[in-house]
Design a binder for this molecule. Structure first.
Ligand code: CU
Length: 145
């Protein structure tokens, strides 16, 4: 009976961990500053969905070229629109708001593993040169995953 209860617990736990939806707000001002995704750092499971919500206007969410895992599907959200992406490849993803890239409006998602972190960090060196402010933001986010 104990074993059955444990099996049941595992089954329910697995089901509840399966395909969760995470919400990320696109904001003019958040807890961590101006022009931010909130939360900007997410750690999720493979197959989970991230919904970017246009809470404030004039933002989008777009994966950054060369800063997602190999084989992962890039995304480009339209301005002022919510967009949902399902992340099916393990690894670290970096995304940005296209009009506010210069203000380092970026975010980081880790899907189960950070196996591609060295490649992401290497690309971050050139990518963050496009930031005119908040230059430390991406490094800070990457240090949290
Ligand atoms: Cu923006």
């Amino acid at each position: 009976m104990k074993k059955l209860a444990f099996t049941l617990f595992l089954t329910l736990y697995t089901l509840s961990a399966f395909s969760q939806e995470h919400v990320v707000k696109m904001l003019n001002a958040g807890k961590e500053g101006m022009m931010v995704f909130e939360p900007a750092v997410l750690s999720i499971n493979k197959g989970d969905t991230v919904k970017f919500v246009a809470t404030d206007l004039a933002h989008n969410s777009s994966s950054v070229e060369g800063m997602i895992p190999e084989g992962a599907e890039p995304w480009v959200g339209a301005m002022n629109q919510d967009i949902e992406v399902t992340l099916t490849e393990e690894g670290v993803y970096v995304y940005q708001c296209t009009p506010h890239n210069m203000m380092a409006m970026v975010g980081v998602i880790k899907v189960e593993s950070s196996s591609n972190i060295n490649s992401i960090r290497a690309k971050a060196e050139s990518y963050k040169k496009t930031f005119l402010m908040n230059q430390e933001r991406l490094d800070d986010y990457l240090s949290r995953i």
